[in-house]
Design a protein. Structure first.
Length: 337
């Protein structure tokens, strides 16, 4: 069995490397990473099982192993509670710092729904064996597991697409995505994106910065124009800046920026806030644009809420397959279980 687990681990590593080399802009990158970790866990379990006699004779190693297993089991059991509390606390921070807006309530809403599912429903609901309420709860449980697993895969895939072993891509274009301006003033979030673009320009001196963003409500100028001015104030020459000022969404950012590119098959870097990189890469892939994504940093309390929003954005891109999967799981929970 150990030999089989070792072979499976080797295959999973090769699959992961192949996906990352071929094109990491897919949820299969996250799936392959999770599968590789699962194979590694199985191999380690079989290895410790084979060494059980030796471990029994060495109390120190046995005690360490038992302690690690207890911590792992405790972490798994406490995870839903810890997640609900974390989401609640971070939701309060978002509202306090960013204001009471619908988009800022996502973290708090997820916390409340998770608490209701874990603590309220089992107490007030009718969960007796065979009752409809029990079947409904099992169906919802399947949906919760599906969504959380899908979110985990999405987050793993997003994280993998932020990891780069080198930064000298010999890029032809660096697209900096807009993020809204106050009148004509660059916001801190947008400034972080532009600063990252300027940093990458220093590492790819032959590239051109494409500032992408149209004029939205409360903005006196197009985002791209304000971004270009900020870059010029920070030492970038006008010859290395192109302005795309008519886009209103990430999809249009990429579409209209591509129209400005002269080269047939350009090497492109997309710069946006870290939590937004993966969805931007998925949209670029839909448009046939070969590129890598680089993320700028933002405040942690805002990142969690933004990640939830990005995940919902991903679901909107692929809603048909997930509606089908959710309906199937719901029916299985009602009829079969």
């Amino acid at each position: 069995m150990f030999s089989i687990s070792l072979i499976l681990l080797g295959i999973s590593i090769c699959l992961f490397v192949w996906i990352m080399k071929r094109d990491p802009r897919t949820l299969w990158s996250g799936v392959s990473l999770l599968w590789m970790l699962f194979c590694l866990s199985i191999m380690l379990f079989l290895l410790f099982s084979a060494c059980a006699d030796w471990l029994a004779q060495h109390d120190l190693f046995m005690n360490i192993l038992v302690a690690l297993l207890i911590l792992a089991a405790g972490g798994v059991l406490a995870f839903p509670i810890a997640l609900s509390v974390t989401l609640f606390v971070e939701g309060i921070k978002v509202i306090r710092h960013e204001g009471l807006k619908p988009a800022n309530l996502l973290t708090m809403l997820c916390s409340v729904l998770l608490y209701f599912y874990l603590a309220v429903w089992p107490v007030v609901g009718s969960l007796e064996k065979g009752a409809f309420g029990s079947k409904l709860y099992r169906s919802v449980s399947l949906l919760v597991v599906y969504v959380l697993l899908l979110m985990a895969v999405y987050l793993f895939s997003a994280a993998l697409n932020l990891i780069h072993l080198h930064k000298h891509w010999g890029a032809d274009y660096i697209i900096v995505l807009g993020a809204g301006v106050n009148g004509e003033r660059i916001t801190p979030l947008l400034a972080a994106r532009i600063d990252k673009g300027i940093e990458l320009l220093g590492q790819n001196p032959d590239a051109v910065l494409i500032m992408s963003g149209g004029k939205g409500p409360g903005e006196n100028v197009a985002e791209a124009e304000a971004m270009a001015g900020y870059a010029q104030d920070n030492g970038v020459s006008t010859e290395q800046i192109m302005v795309e000022g008519k886009s209103r969404s990430t999809r249009e950012n990429l579409l209209y920026s591509r129209e400005l590119m002269v080269k047939e098959s350009p090497r492109v870097i997309i710069v946006t806030t870290a939590y937004h990189v993966f969805r931007a890469l998925l949209l670029a892939k839909q448009q046939g644009l070969e590129c890598v994504g680089v993320g700028s940093k933002t405040k942690w309390y805002f990142t969690i809420n933004a990640l939830i929003r990005e995940f919902i954005g991903y679901l909107s891109l692929t809603w048909k397959r997930h509606i089908f999967a959710a309906a199937l799981l719901f029916i299985v929970g009602i009829i079969v279980m």
